[in-house]
Ligand binder design. Structure first.
Ligand code: 26Q
Length: 813
């Protein structure tokens, strides 16, 4: 099929033509949204041509493909990135200029798909970019949530959640593939029969939900590959069960509809936290059952019915435990639908499944009451029981008599289904997302499996796509880099290290500084639009942007700001280079302490603003509704990157990488990928502080930590904490954030006091911050550090991550 041409003139014609045909409007009459739509659908035409060719080529080649299963994909806007990956930003920019449209004006018209909470979902989106760019055959699979992560408003000193109705005007990038619809079955009961001398199991009296795929293209950069992100929408099979309806049983008639109508309704807003909601379990099964059915159909179409070939042609990547039911679902399909026996089905399944763990936070461990599982998914539960029986038999041979150990490793124990044990025991690969995290899951979290199957464990450090997180969001810096070292870095990110010699080039440093300053102005325009605010671009931008979680320790940052404020107020001679502390963070709806931390930060901000002297050198900005677009606007303008989690808690972190890439220097603990960032840039180009992961573990074991001592001995801590509850911050309700105070000193709800060692690490954190204030005044020194960070960020591109996954795990092509 011939590819259509997309020169500047074609693009112009296409935009004008679409406005005419879709809206009956001229360019001048069209609204900004209509203009956006016309530009985006022109890009889509260009993508469609490639998408078809790409699919046909894969069909012919018949190679292996990966299905990347993830309950979240935090995509962000697609228009500019699609133009970038088509290598078409130039003709589009020219066309738009001649039509007097600006990217900025139409970009913000694109509805933002926020189909994720944080790191897990954003990683999946970055992976799609690198998979396609490395020309690897992959399909992403997730749920098409009608409502993404809630929109956050800050109102009267607190967070308010609003629904994210992102689909209300449709989505140009998706195509409904009604022809690929499949059914997913819930509840019912299992009946056994004998066929050809074999026991056969089938589900009857089940409830049906239809899964309709909506496909979105995932383009490679500068190549011909377009992969697919398949997003599944749930809908009911019929509008109404007419027989039940005519019998007058209206409730029964609408029952099936109810489940279907809620499954893909809304993304659960919990990050790194598990709640055992039935609907959540249904979402998980809905995603994996629909995806696996379609994967097997596709396998048969390409390779026939010999399922022994499956592991050579297909690999399913399970991200965190949410899609873990892919394991029993594949067993079910192979046995109940394809007629294989247990042993054969299990051997195939074990060779098709790879698992990445993304968190070791105990409260995120996924466990389901077995009665709930049995009721919702009877056949799946039956398979899990048999799988567990066989597993425990093997474990018994290996660890005779060690009941506790076996229970700890089992899929079913104490009336619960342990999803992590399911993944670890049934996958051929168990991956950690940084070197430290890989060690922790092998030696601590899954210690016993680390002994029995050490070779299944790998650690592949996360990354971010440098095309979105440098080329697209920081075009000025990208241009400077290309002007200095050529453009090889766009597909070989390690080549960014060619920038190192430019640290010594005064003209380069000056340009680097100028771009940072310009990016602050760009951010200010964004901020005006978003929440009608401005920050002084002469200030240092000190940013902590991530989900709000106790282990991430926004509270440590806030407490330090509080102490700085007191220093300014107490000592008329105190000065520091002006800094704005920028936060962006959503707290889960029901996470009370997290919401109190937001209140505390906002109250501090008011307190500082009330003092004309303090606000000359100290400000707080809380960016409302932190999301991908906000990150794209702020990260290029940032000077300092706060990565201050309690060591051992942050599996990897990826915001740390985005900030580093854009020349922000890190202040951080030796946690997650910070460890590797520190190794890459060396001690002179990062500010490390705090306990190590081992020290943290030891402290938990000893159980002797007494934060009250820091309160008693450190007057600055004592003063700030006291002000938290004495009316200084909340004159109308001094007890507003009392829980934070109480928690730090005495613990709450049975938890240890200061469980994340905020007070213990405070001293070394404050010292590192003082070093930063000193060093920042020497702009040349600082710029060298910043440039070093950008130059050595190439390792943290997902191009490297994906290459390693392919080499060690998937083995595609
Ligand atoms: C599980 C069961 C039921 C309900 C919710 C959950 C749940 C939801 C989200 C559990 C965990 C998550 C999210 C985890 C996550 O985002 N982890 C992050 O993954 C990143 C990519 O690997 C890492 O960089 C981060 O360090 C890690 O926190």
């Amino acid at each position: 099929m011939p590819k259509r041409e997309f020169t500047k003139d074609h693009i112009k014609q296409s935009i004008i033509g679409k406005l005419q045909r879709y809206y009956g409007k001229t360019l001048q009459e069209a609204t900004p949204y209509q203009r956006y739509y016309a530009v985006a659908s022109t890009l889509r035409d260009q993508i469609m041509d490639k998408w078809i060719i790409s699919r046909e080529r894969d069909q012919q080649l018949g190679g292996k493909r990966v299905y990347y299963l993830c309950i979240e994909f935090l995509l962000g806007r697609a228009m500019y990135n699609n133009a970038l990956n088509l290598l078409a930003t130039q003709p589009y920019t020219q066309a738009l200029t001649e039509l007097e449209i600006s990217w900025q004006d139409i970009m913000y018209e694109e509805p933002e798909p926020g189909l994720g909470n944080g790191g897990l979902g954003r990683l999946a989106a970055c992976f799609m970019d690198s998979l396609a760019t490395l020309d690897l055959p992959a399909m992403g699979a997730t749920i098409r949530y009608e409502y993404g992560l809630f929109r956050q408003k800050l109102s009267q000193g607190q967070q308010v959640e609003l629904p994210d109705d992102w689909l209300q005007n449709g989505n140009v990038w998706e195509i409904a593939r009604v022809e690929d619809l499949v059914e997913v079955h819930f509840e019912g009961r299992v009946v056994q029969s004998v066929k050809d001398g074999r026991d056969v199991y089938s589900l009857v009296d089940y409830r049906t939900v239809e899964a309709v795929p909506y496909d979105m293209p995932a383009l490679g950069y500068g190549n011909d590959r377009v992969n697919t992100l398949r997003t599944w929408r749930a809908r009911s099979k019929q509008s109404l069960d007419l027989s039940a309806f005519s019998n007058g049983d209206y409730v029964a008639a609408s029952k099936e509809q109810d489940l279907a109508n809620v499954i893909s309704k809304v993304l659960y807003p919990e990050d790194n936290h598990y709640e055992g909601k039935t609907l959540r379990l249904c979402q998980h099964y809905f995603l994996v059952s629909a995806t696996l059915q379609c994967a097997l159909k596709d396998f048969e179409a390409r390779h026939g019915k010999d399922y022994r070939l499956l592991p050579d042609k297909v690999v399913f990547h399970i991200n965190d435990t949410h899609p873990a039911l892919a394991i029993p679902e594949l067993m079910r399909l192979l046995m109940d639908e394809k007629g294989l026996g247990w042993d054969e089905a299990q051997a195939i399944t074990n060779r098709c499944m790879a698992y990445t763990n993304h968190t070791i936070m105990a409260e995120a461990l996924e466990r389901w009451p077995k009665e709930l599982m049995r009721r919702q998914l009877p056949r799946i539960y039956m398979i899990l029981e048999e799988m567990n029986r066989r597993l425990c038999e093997k474990l018994w041979d290996r660890f005779p008599g060690q009941w506790d150990r076996i229970a700890h490793m089992a899929i079913l124990a104490y009336d619960m289904v342990h999803m992590a044990n399911l993944c670890v025991s049934q996958s051929f690969c168990i991956n950690g997302v940084s070197q430290l995290h890989g060690d922790i899951i092998k030696n601590e979290t899954f210690h016993d499996y680390g002994i029995t199957t050490p070779r299944k464990f790998t650690a592949i450090t996360n990354g971010v796509t440098h095309r979105r997180w440098l080329m697209a969001c920081n075009p000025r810096l990208a241009e400077l880099i290309t002007a200095s070292i050529g453009d090889a870095w766009t597909t070989q990110p390690e080549r960014l290290s060619d920038l190192l010699p430019f640290r010594d080039d005064a003209a380069f440093r000056e340009q680097f500084a100028l771009i940072k300053r310009q990016n602050k102005d760009v951010f200010n325009r964004f901020l005006t639009r978003r929440q009608d605010m401005q920050v002084d671009p002469a200030f240092m931008f000190d940013v902590q942007v991530k989900r709000l979680h106790e282990y991430k320790r926004q509270l440590l940052n806030a407490l330090h700001i509080h102490v700085l404020y007191n220093r300014i107020m107490d000592d008329p001679g105190f000065t520091m280079p002006p800094r704005v502390f920028i936060f962006g963070a959503k707290a889960s709806r029901g996470y009370h302490k997290a919401k109190m931390i937001i209140r505390y930060i906002l109250a501090l901000s008011r307190l500082i603003d009330a003092s004309p002297r303090a606000r000359k050198m100290l400000r707080i900005l809380f960016v409302e509704n932190w999301n991908v677009s906000a990150a794209e606007a702020l990260i290029p303008a940032s000077d300092l990157s706060e990565q201050i989690s309690t060591a051992g808690k942050e599996a990897s972190g990826t915001g740390n990488m985005k900030l580093m890439m854009n020349g922000a220097v890190t202040i951080g603990t030796l946690d997650g990928a910070n460890v590797e960032i520190a190794q890459a840039v060396g001690p002179d180009n990062i500010y490390l502080f705090g306990m190590t992961a081992e020290e943290v573990s030891a402290k938990y074991r000893e159980g002797t930590y007494a934060p009250i001592h820091f309160f008693e001995r450190n007057t600055e801590i004592r003063r700030a904490l006291s002000q938290m509850i004495d009316g200084t911050l909340f004159p109308d309700n001094p007890a507003m954030v009392q829980i934070l105070y109480h928690d730090l000193l005495f613990g709450s709800g049975g938890s240890n006091p200061d469980n994340y060692f905020v007070l213990k690490d405070f001293g070394s954190y404050a010292q590192a911050q003082a070093d930063i204030s000193r060093d920042y005044q020497d702009q040349d020194l600082w710029l060298r550090k910043a440039i070093t960070n950008t130059a050595l960020s190439g390792f943290f591109s997902t191009d490297r991550t994906i290459a390693q996954y392919n080499e060690l795990v998937w083995k595609l092509k």
